[in-house]
Design a protein around this ligand. Structure first.
Ligand SMILES: [Mn+2]
Length: 325
């Protein structure tokens, strides 16, 4: 059931003993909104913890302290930035499937799996958490400001993506005034990559293929490339944005091989190509300009062709796409 933000505030006031779930391969928004909400709930005198199926990458360590992460028995379960229950990931999904009471999300593709859902199409869940904290009268300290700034800056590609609105900047101005360490966070999130990352990027760039008069670019990252470069998933933030940056490309796809041989597909597009529509047809989801889905292991060539056909359908859908060239 969809609810309004004031109902979310009432729920948070009425209950206690919270467990906040993030999505697997956690990013700045799911962690920033999770820990931001956790700090706020504690300020309200409630107990709260965050649970993630994967290890939290070290670069996010400033968001929390020891003891903030873990499972809680009999908790009121909240999911943040999780569009589909399956994205809770191994272990957490099995345990909490059908048990999420409240979901706060900004993915238009949200599967409505939670008992109650607050959904708003905005740049980051952290924007919603900001409004929620204002409504709850929470004193926003520098720690909370760091959490929310992390989510907003990472989900907007440091304010470069089309999901940025005037409101995004207004909230950010408030977070800066409260004391968010924007310079330090920007350096950690955007201006610092491992040596392995650049080895991986170089290998990945050599795989670029172009389709449909150069309107689609496909980049492939294999397990071998990941192993040779010694990179972890969390070192590769932003790599999926590369194909879309190429001149003339309207939709960029990055295919990343998992250890089991399946491929994770990340799509990025320019207006008016809708990645969410393409990925929904293939069992995934996301936003209009950034979405994802999976390719099975049995027949990668067949599945890749299906992906290309689905992209082509979306490119053909709208005359503006061709006349814009
Ligand atoms: Mn997000």
């Amino acid at each position: 059931m969809r609810i309004e933000l004031n109902e979310v505030a009432s729920i948070l006031k009425a209950n206690d003993n919270y467990l906040i779930l993030t999505h697997r391969n956690p990013d700045g928004d799911t962690l920033g909104s999770g820990f931001g909400l956790m700090h706020a709930l504690r300020q309200m005198g409630k107990s709260a913890k965050v649970l993630c199926c994967d290890e939290i990458p070290a670069k996010y360590s400033y968001l929390y302290s020891d003891g903030d992460v873990g499972d809680v028995d009999g908790a009121y379960v909240i999911a943040v930035d999780v569009a589909d229950e399956k994205l809770l990931g191994e272990g957490v999904y099995e345990k909490y499937s059908g048990k999420v009471k409240l979901c706060i999300d900004h993915h238009i593709s949200n599967k409505e799996y939670a008992e109650k859902l607050y959904l708003r199409d905005c740049s980051a869940v952290c924007e919603i958490i900001y409004d929620l904290l204002v409504m709850l009268g929470i004193k926003k300290d520098a720690q909370i400001a760091d959490c929310l700034y992390t989510g907003i800056s990472t989900d907007t590609g440091c304010y470069k993506f089309s999901n940025v609105t005037a409101r995004t900047h207004e909230i950010t101005a408030k977070l800066m005034a409260i004391g968010a360490n924007t310079v330090e966070i920007n350096k950690l999130m955007f201006e610092s990559k491992t040596r392995g990352y650049y080895m991986l990027e170089s290998a990945a760039l050599s795989t670029l293929e172009y389709y449909f008069d150069g309107m689609c670019a496909v980049m492939t990252i294999t397990q071998k490339m990941l192993n040779d470069s010694g990179t972890k998933e969390s070192d590769c933030d932003g790599i999926s944005g590369i194909p879309r940056k190429i001149e003339g490309v309207l939709v960029g796809a990055t295919l990343r091989e998992r250890p089991d041989g399946t491929f994770k597909v990340s799509l990025r597009s320019h207006d008016p190509v809708d990645c969410s529509k393409i990925c929904l047809k293939l069992g995934g989801g996301g936003h209009a300009r950034a979405a994802g889905c999976e390719l099975s292991v049995e027949n990668i060539e067949r599945d890749k062709q299906l992906l290309l056909d689905t992209i082509k359908e979306e490119l053909d859908r709208d005359d503006r796409i061709y006349t814009a060239q």
